[in-house]
Design a protein around this ligand. Sequence first.
Ligand code: HEM
Length: 418
Amino acid sequence: MEFSPPRLEFSGREPLLFPGLGKVLREPMRYWPPAIVERAALEARAGSTRIALIAEPATVTRILLNRGDQFPRARLHDRILGAAYGENLIRGDRLDWRRQRKEIAQPLTTAYSLEMAPRMRRACMRIMDEWAAAGPDAPIDLLRDARRFALDSLWRCFFASESEAAGGPDPVVEAAALTIDAHRTGTLVEHLADLRPLARRALDRGYAGRGPADLGDARDEAADFNTMLLFLHAGHDNVTATLGWALWLLAHHPEIQQQVREEARAAGSDAGPGAAPLANALILETLRLYPPIMHLIRDVTVDLEVAGATIGAGFTAVLSMYAMHRNRLWWPAPDSFRPERFLGKAGEQARRTMLLPFGAGPRGCIGASFALVELVLAVRLIVARFALAPVPGRALDCRVDWVLRPEGEAPLLARPLA
Ligand code: HEM
């Protein structure tokens, strides 16, 4: 029987009358109906607020790519994030967010990320050495180690000197990763508090080879600090979730795991995603099934036609990556794990038109290329060295609290290969 990866079970009933959008985004399964993955759009109300959930790829893309501010990031979105991140340089209501964002995004190119591959590899090697030392029958703490890898790798790539990047992990980085892991089910506010010592250290260090506290020329210390917190969090947390799911899915698909291994061994492990089509497709398929940021929220200021219905100005649009990525209207076998759907010309077309785990457009993720290079590299290094197998009875499940994450205790065995 085909293994079926966990999915969200929605139990809301139409007509959709919500207590408040904040509650719905925190607990989407309770409020949206099962039809969320069968339709292009759904309408709802929360008091006087009119809400449209949109899952049609062309409309979602059109909204995200709009540069004329017809669909600005919703005030609610900034309110939710603002409550956690505080004043920071890329908040929608900062007039200079475009410039500040550009400053942060500048080094985050594919070329920079590929140049950083040896640093990423170092971060991965030390985790793999620990797994090898633990012995073949010791279940590995997948989510803890994915986080330790992701934060260590981010630090090495953006804040460490050449010699530090080649050495052991920075103790402040390691402590931050372990503290966040100990608060696994904590809130974003708690996780950001756990990152404060690291943000202080990062500001003293400077970013991507620039001087201390130089994230632009804001000259605003509190906002600089919050922006650094945002960067450290955004730069490792979603990578942690994606790597956790990807390795776990591979453990359940030994035949795909073997193909990724052969590809990694044939091409050498430093090559970028382009030289590793299957590993790349595996990461894309993982992000399709489990987009960590399930929803993006935009205000609608001009009328929109979606599947024959009008979403008028004044609506709040919930762009649902989850509903779009799992939708029966666009994907064959949407709940199955099939990395091959992202191979070849058709796969490239599907990626470009229907897959949006990083958002898109002026507010899209600035770290998308970096994340893909890092995730593909880590997966290839790991399967080239270990055979991954599930620990019977220890699953990964979905947990949603604004974002979608894996949850589960030590669900994998990593057996060193000869
Ligand atoms: C699998 C990994 C990742 C996923 C799925 C992801 C996804 C996203 C999404 C969906 C957004 C919001 C876009 C919006 O509001 O329209 C975002 C924003 C952001 N991401 Fe990522 N991201 C990932 C990795 C990274 C990495 C590695 C970095 C940095 C190195 C990063 C830095 C940021 C920053 C700074 C923002 C805020 C941009 C803004 O508000 O203008 N992300 N990410």
